[in-house]
Every structure is written in C-alpha cells, then in structure tokens.
Design a protein around this ligand. Structure first.
Ligand SMILES: Cc1cc2nc3c(=O)[nH]c(=O)nc-3n(C[C@H](O)[C@H](O)[C@H](O)COP(=O)(O)OP(=O)(O)OC[C@H]3O[C@@H](n4cnc5c(N)ncnc54)[C@H](O)[C@@H]3O)c2cc1C
Length: 336
C-alpha cells in the first residue's frame, strides 16, 4: 500500500508558489513506490498528475487527482566507447546533477546549469539553454508505461524531441512516468559557445573549461532571471514562435529591430520577449501577478495571487502580441 496524504498542500511544490491542494499525494522514492501508488485502490479512477520540482507548471486550483511527487534518487556512471553514460534517478535535482558531472570531470551539461527542476522532467520539454538542448546529450530513459503496464526503455528517436517539445507533450502525454534518465557525455569534449552572450562572457578565456562555462552560464542567468525562492516564476512563460520566412520578412520590413533566428528548416524563430516588450508589458504589475522588469518573457507571482489570475494576464499579453504582430505566442509551462 502506498503512503498517501489527503488534501496535500502543493505551495512548496510549484515555483510560482500558488496555493493548491492535491486530493491525494504520494512521495515516490523508488520504482516499487510508483507501481504500488498506481495500483492502490484509493487512487482508482482518479486522474494521475506527476510532479517533479514544479518549475514548469501553473496550478490553477486544487487538483482532484492523485499527485505523484517524483523523488527517485540515483547517480551512476558507465563507459560506452568514446562517451560517458551518466544515469540519474528521476528525482535528482537537475542543477546538482550538472554540477556533479562537471566536478567528476564529465563535461557536456554545463550550458544547462541552473535550470530548476528534476532530471526526470528534463526530457518532457527537451530543456535547453545557451546553445545546448537535452537531446544533444541524451542516450535513453526508463519509464513506466501506464498503457502497457510495464517499464520500458526509450531511446533518442523514440522520444521525438523538438524545440521545447517531445513525445511526452504529444501522443505520450499521461502515458509515461520517467524513473531514470541516461545522458551521453563525450570524453572528447569541446565547449559549445555559439550563443553570443555566453561567448562574450568568456571572451577573455582562450579555452574555457566546463567549470568556467558553467560559472559563466550561472552568472548570466543570475543577472537575468528571478530566483524562484525570492519571486514566484516558471522561467520563460512563452515559447519563441516559429514562423515562415515570408512572414518574418514582412514583419522585419515593418519592424526593422525585430529579433529573429534562422532555423535549419528555413523558418525563423522570433524572440517572444522582444514582441512582448514592444507591447509595453515589461515590468507591468497586475496586482499579485505581473511581468518581470528585467525580462518580458518571465511572468511573476509576488504572493497572494492565483494561477487563474496569471493565466488571464498571459492571455491578455498573447492577444495583444497577436493583434500587433499577427503571431500567436503559446505558454511553455503545463497548465494544471
Ligand atoms: C527560473 C527558471 C528558469 C528556467 N529556465 C529554463 C531554461 O533555461 N530552459 C528550459 O528548458 N526550461 C527552463 N525552465 C523550466 C523548467 O525548469 C524545466 O522545464 C524543468 O525541466 C521542469 O522540471 P520540474 O521537475 O520542475 O518539472 P515539473 O514542473 O514538476 O513538471 C513539468 C511537466 O513534466 C511532467 N513531469 C515531471 N516529472 C516527470 C516524470 N518523472 N515523468 C513524467 N512526467 C514528468 C509534469 O507532469 C509536467 O507536465 C525554467 C524554470 C524556472 C523557474
């Protein structure tokens, strides 16, 4: 029998810090905890919600669901020819994992330093920052398949990663619960410095080490992003919209300062932060929720507000951007 808690408070389990309760909740510290919680008659017929660090969710109210708090530990290193294979339990803190691999002399994750949350959630939206995405360092994961009722291993192709996207956000949604992630880190490591701001931060160092890249990423992020321990937030609230080149060219003709990045498929990614900033939302306070003053892409909660109020503000921003630029910006976090 699983250890269930009734009407469990989730405020400490979401980085926005919204108040909400789970009808049932269980701490999942092993694969057998997971199987026992899923088969427990008290949870029968109830929707299941999986939570890691709660750094990419908006809780809009109490959850009439069985919430599984993923806390499975684990850290293991193996060799595979030219690579190290690092396996982390789903509940491992992502940033601690990055720091640990760098300290152990296994480079490759340093560009992804200081991203909050757990290792098990990293594949869900294929986390990315400063020129590296999870898929660039991914070998496989282990998950419980709720449809087949068995543990499965999914490799890079099976996860179908895209920009802030994967199998788990589409057809695999609500089907897989990730219990461990295996990363592939090259022994012959080269720093990835193609992101302008990171290259500038390291311009005085001829060949930066992984620890120096990690420290530079931490320094940039600390300047730009609010610490969820101080101000409730979920990082970037909107994904950068990707548009056809014709639409980007038309926008550029009208707005010469438009910030856009070419994509391998010929389309362009537009900087959602720039679009929002142009609409005058940066630094806006709408009671207890608002837009961060240093980065228009980040929505914040100052305390005492609700997820519903935040979503209302998010819709207002998306509607205004659409009316002005003809582009719809979509939220990145999962709305619960
Ligand atoms: C300040 C800040 C900065 C951020 N910067 C970045 C960034 O640079 N790049 C980036 O990509 N993201 C960023 N994020 C978003 C967030 O940190 C990542 O998406 C992170 O991977 C979420 O991890 P989590 O454990 O908190 O997931 P949660 O928020 O708990 O869950 C997110 C989703 O994953 C699902 N999930 C969680 N664990 C599992 C599991 N084990 N199995 C199956 N499903 C699971 C949940 O059901 C939910 O749908 C940032 C967030 C904050 C607050």
């Amino acid at each position: 029998m699983a250890d269930f808690y009734e009407f469990y408070p989730l405020r400490a389990h979401n980085t926005f810090g919204f108040d909400a309760r789970a009808r049932l909740a269980a701490h999942i510290r092993s694969e057998s905890d997971l199987v026992s919680a899923l088969s427990d008659p008290r949870a029968a017929g109830m929707p299941v919600v999986v939570l890691g660090g709660g750094s990419n969710v908006v809780l809009t109210g109490d959850l009439d669901a069985c919430v599984l708090l993923m806390e499975i530990p684990g850290y293991d290193i193996a060799e595979d020819g030219a690579d190290w294979l690092v396996t982390a339990g789903a509940g491992e803190n992502w940033h601690n994992l990055v720091s640990r691999t760098v300290a152990d002399g296994r480079a490759g994750l340093e560009n992804l330093a200081l991203i909050p949350g757990t290792a098990g959630a990293a594949p869900i939206q294929n986390i990315g920052a400063y020129g590296v995405e999870l898929r660039d360092r991914f070998a496989r994961l282990r998950a419980y398949d709720r449809q087949a009722r068995e543990f499965v291993t999914l490799d890079l192709d099976a996860c179908a990663f895209g920009y802030r996207d994967s199998l788990f956000k589409r057809e695999g949604r609500d089907r897989y619960i990730i219990t461990a992630v295996t990363l592939r880190l090259p022994k012959d490591w080269q720093p990835v410095l193609n992101y302008g701001e990171l290259a500038r931060e390291l311009q005085d160092i001829a060949s930066p080490s992984a620890a120096q890249v990690r420290d530079a990423v931490i320094a940039i992020r600390s300047r730009k992003l609010p610490d969820p321990a101080q101000i409730g937030n979920a990082g970037s609230f909107f994904k950068n919209p990707v548009v056809e080149s014709v639409q980007r060219d038309a926008l550029l003709a009208e707005h010469p300062a438009l910030v856009s990045y070419p994509q391998p498929d010929g389309r362009y990614k537009l900087a959602a932060g720039w679009l929002i900033d142009q609409c005058g939302f940066k630094g806006l306070d709408d009671g207890p929720v608002g837009v961060y003053g240093k980065q228009a892409l980040v929505l914040v909660h100052h305390g005492g507000g609700t997820g519903a109020a935040l979503l209302k503000l998010a819709n207002r921003i998306a509607d205004t951007v659409q009316a002005r630029f003809g582009v719809r910006i979509e939220p990145e976090p999962v709305i619960l």
